[in-house]
Design a protein around this ligand. Structure first.
Ligand SMILES: [Zn+2]
Length: 99
């Protein structure tokens, strides 16, 4: 039980670190950022750890690319929803939010 908790905490830390790194290097090497995002996703699936909300929107579920608003993603607020458009594959994700 305790091991599991430690494992999950470690997994979450890795996911955060990978996304943070992806965010930093994205403009220089977007392919590498995509790789980091994919590795982070694999960890999340394998360890059954949810990807933190702030990073969830930074990743396209459809084309598996790391998204950077203003570069390859467009974020709009509409009808109390966050509308995220992936400019790589034109996939649109709507997330409801409370104000
Ligand atoms: Zn996409």
């Amino acid at each position: 039980m305790r091991n599991k908790t430690i494992m999950k905490r470690r997994a979450l830390r890795s996911i955060n670190a990978l996304f943070r790194r992806a965010d930093t290097i994205f403009e220089e090497t977007p392919e590498l950022a995509d790789r980091y995002a994919q590795v982070a996703r694999r960890i999340s699936l394998r360890c059954r750890v949810r990807i933190p909300k702030r990073w969830k929107r930074r990743y396209c579920k459809k084309c598996h690319k790391f998204l950077k608003p203003g570069i390859n993603a467009r974020i709009r607020l509409r009808n109390k929803k966050i509308v995220i458009t992936c400019l790589e594959c034109k996939n649109i994700v709507r997330i409801p939010y409370k104000n």
